[in-house]
Design a protein around this ligand. Structure first.
Ligand code: SER
Length: 544
């Protein structure tokens, strides 16, 4: 039973074990945190339950269990190696003022032993150095003293998720992969970060499998901590790590969770994961980013230049770049979307329900970037020749004109051993903002804004993810900064629509072109401007 459980069986074993211990099974919450402006994306299982810990609202039961989709951004540029992921599932059991340390420890050991076949002998334990109670409980549970390690806040204090929220000391179970995987040093143990080789790979004999957090405080925005009305338990067991251990493989990409995406990436590129380092890296990146962008879009994130939209854009564009490395120069991520939905749509119905929308968003973003990539990449390659540091000016041009996320430029430069001038880039960005502010003060723009305001439209609704044609009421026709009722043949005008499939890309990239037909005339759309999504048009015939 233990060696070959599937990922579905492992997830189900977790949820049903905790149900049998009185927990209510909850569906995964959205990756977009609800009512939590301090957090970009859901990054842990407890995020949807923050208000239950703080006492702001009542949980449906004092014991809950879930497998929560989670997204972490700090390591995006590391994805492709064998350990980092953006999207992962965190399985967790939660107590809101019900059981505390003793039962949390008891449940963890019992579940691992009886349901996964991983007895306590396979684990080492980390505890917060102030938590004598937890040490005592682990000893009582049969963990020998020499396998219990104490650490400070850096390792064993958890939270808050976001700028405020519940937090507390934690204790972690580290799975021991055994001697042959470790550094062999006599003091090797949990959190061993001994550098094993010149590539900077560190000892990974002990892998953190499960984190038990004892939520005792609320961390306030001003930095102070208030004791929680009722202390509770929040735990996080990484599904992907459990799957690696139970399927007896070394990396997540060899598990059943990732095989369909890896196979698809191999089929598309004709290259094999595992053949050499660069190929494996690119295949894994395509597989991982294809999966995680599917989940982001299913929850309503769309590519953009800020916040969550920028995270998604980075992930998609990074996947495209790795696809290019392996010879993919046509849109391909839709294929990864489909296998992700096949594999995971049963557990996460939002994937199936939004399949068409996800495919459209991915396709549009890919088409836009595929074109710009070619030119941007050759500019960058030229700029990297014979230089030690890439200038902020080139990085800015790549961002502004070719849509290269700055982190991606940095990653490419560093691959070639070239440093980047981030300060110079920041200065260019600041100068652009300044230019934006200055130009918005010109009389012409003020007049235009007045016209837009007079039209009473706040923002045109973009429909291009669902369709490339559409119909809409005309909100306004503008000539020479005046709203007019009618334009005549041959005039160059602006048209403002309520709904539009015309995409207005900012940052130097051109907006969409196309045609608009009205009952009594036609317009050729030459360009679509960012603000208000208005379109620059040339009238063919009179339009009213
Ligand atoms: N919130 C804790 C973590 O993210 C436990 O779930 O590790």
């Amino acid at each position: 039973m233990t060696s070959k459980m599937t990922s579905e069986e492992i997830r189900e074993a977790f949820l049903s074990y905790f149900e049998s211990q009185g927990h209510l099974r909850m569906a995964s919450g959205s990756l977009i945190p609800v009512g939590d402006p301090t957090l970009l994306l859901t990054n842990a299982g407890m995020v949807p339950f923050k208000a239950f810990f703080s006492g702001e609202s009542e949980p449906p039961r004092k014991r809950l269990v879930s497998s929560q989709k989670s997204f972490r951004t700090p390591d995006i540029d590391e994805v492709g190696d064998t350990t980092h992921l953006t999207l992962f599932e965190m399985m967790g059991n939660f107590s809101f003022g019900d059981y505390f340390k003793e039962d949390a420890i008891k449940f963890a050991l019992e579940f691992l032993d009886t349901r996964l076949g991983l007895p306590k002998e396979m684990f080492n334990i980390a505890v917060h150095d102030s938590d004598n109670e937890a040490v005592e409980l682990w000893l009582q549970a049969g963990i020998p003293k020499e396998k219990i390690f104490r650490f400070g806040d850096e390792h064993n204090w958890w939270g808050p998720a976001g700028d405020e929220g519940p937090c507390g000391p934690n204790t972690e179970l580290f799975y021991d992969f055994g001697d042959d995987r470790g550094c062999g040093k006599s003091d090797c143990g949990p959190n061993c970060e001994y550098e094993m080789n010149a590539q900077g790979e560190v000892c990974d004999r002990f892998v953190e499998l499960w984190n038990l957090v004892f939520m005792q405080f609320y961390h306030n925005l001003d930095g102070t901590r208030t004791p929680l009305p009722a202390p509770g338990v929040d735990t996080g067991l990484g599904l992907e790590r459990a799957v690696v251990i139970l399927q007896g493989v070394s990396t997540i990409y060899e598990t059943d969770l990732f095989q369909p995406m890896i196979n698809k990436a191999q089929e598309l590129t004709g290259k094999k994961w595992g053949s050499d380092r660069d190929t494996s890296y690119a295949i894994a990146t395509i597989a991982e980013h294809g999966r995680s962008s599917t989940f982001l879009i299913a929850d309503g994130v769309i590519p953009g230049n800020e916040g969550r939209g920028y995270v998604l854009r980075r992930v998609i564009r990074r996947a495209i770049r790795h696809g290019r490395k392996l010879g993919l120069d046509e849109p391909f991520l839709g294929e990864l979307v489909k296998v992700t939905i096949d594999k995971m749509g049963g557990i996460f119905p939002e994937l199936r329900n939004n399949q068409e929308f996800i495919l459209n968003v991915i396709k549009l973003e890919e088409e836009r970037f595929q074109q710009a990539f070619e030119n941007g990449y050759s500019l960058l390659t030229d700029a990297l020749v014979d230089t030690k540091t890439l200038s902020g000016e080139v990085m800015f041009r790549l961002w502004d004109t070719y849509g290269f996320p700055v982190e991606m430029t940095q990653e490419i430069a560093e691959e070639q051993g070239v440093a980047v001038d981030m300060d110079g880039f920041a200065k260019e960005m600041a100068a652009q903002r300044e230019r934006g502010r200055a130009s918005s003060l010109t009389g012409g723009d003020r007049a235009k804004i007045r016209v837009y305001e007079g039209l009473g439209v706040e923002a045109t609704r973009f429909q291009g993810y669902e369709q490339v044609t559409g119909s809409s009421p005309v909100i306004g026709l503008i000539t020479s900064d005046e709203a007019v009722d009618k334009v005549t043949e041959g005039q160059d005008i602006e048209i403002v629509l309520l709904d539009t499939p015309f995409y207005a890309e900012g940052g130097g990239q051109v907006g969409d072109a196309g045609e608009v037909s009205a009952p009594n005339g036609e317009l050729t759309i030459n360009d679509t401007a960012d603000r208000m999504m208005c379109a620059m048009a040339h009238a063919i015939g009179n339009v009213t």
